[in-house]
Write a protein that binds this ligand. Structure first.
Ligand code: SF4
Length: 254
């Protein structure tokens, strides 16, 4: 952006210098130095402006001090923004941080998260290759003395959703994977049963969206047929990305 503008200015100055009787106060050496400096200035400013890392960090900084849900801002240990490759082809979206995510500040690090990591590895990818985030960036609070996790309310999800929208806009993944019906509700604003929703392509603002079970569901229901359903959804994701699929991968849980 800057370089073409600077080129125009410099060539105009050169022309004026050549055609004008009046001498300009810019020496050839100074003009040459400007030309030499331009690519550096240009690439630095563009990478600063366009760097996904920087843009994500800016959103993360706003999330870290967000108090739009005062009850959650009071109860959280910290916000849980998201983790992974800013250039990821696949972005996984869950519902909200649980107790372990709240403690560690990273999404999907508890038992369900470890299962998600296994699924990602079985796809031939590393956790660092994808991006993982939740609809809600704060852990849903619970009455004092209670244990476990609470499902986020529609209002909480609606309030926090703009941050996720920004993350998706910056990362621009090829494929989104929503984990569970609550994540779908948070992302699309529509309720449905997983039976209706999973296993087929949906769309979020033009980005293909695969809906599958939350890994926590697989921890509760360990039957191979349910694992196979999630795996079939992941095979569809790999096919959509035109990634090679081995026979072994095709036959998981069969
Ligand atoms: S859940 Fe989201 S909107 Fe609500 S306080 Fe946390 S970061 Fe802010």
């Amino acid at each position: 952006m800057l370089r073409p503008a600077l080129d125009l200015v410099l060539s105009a100055l050169e022309q004026i210098q050549e055609n004008s009787e009046k001498k300009l106060c810019a020496s050839r050496a100074a003009i040459d130095r400007l030309f030499q400096a331009a690519p550096l200035v240009s690439s630095n400013s563009e990478s600063l402006r366009e760097s996904k890392v920087d843009r994500l960090a800016a959103v993360q900084a706003r999330v870290a001090v967000c108090t739009k849900c005062p009850h959650l801002a009071c109860s959280r240990t910290q916000t849980v923004f998201g983790v992974g490759n800013p250039d990821a082809e696949i972005m996984f979206i869950g519902e909200a941080p649980g107790v372990e995510e709240d403690a560690q500040g990273e999404p999907f690090v508890g038992r369900a998260g470890q299962l998600l990591t296994k699924i990602i590895r079985a796809m031939g990818l590393a956790r660092e290759d994808v991006y993982i985030a939740n609809i809600l960036k704060c852990r849903p609070d619970l009455p004092p003395g209670s244990f476990g996790n609470r499902v986020p309310t529609p209002l909480e999800m609606q309030t926090c959703r703009p941050y996720l929208v920004e993350q998706i806009d910056i990362i621009q993944p090829e494929v989104l994977v929503a984990l569970g019906a609550v994540a779908v509700e948070g992302l699309l604003g529509t309720r449905g049963t997983m039976r209706e929703l999973r296993g087929r392509w949906h769309s979020y603002n033009g980005t293909p969206l695969m809906i599958t079970y939350h890994p926590a569901y697989l921890l509760r229901n360990q039957s191979p047929s349910e694992k196979r359903k999630v795996w079939e959804d992941m095979l569809q994701v790999l096919e959509r990305l035109e990634r090679p699929i081995t026979e072994k991968q095709r036959n998981y849980f069969l």
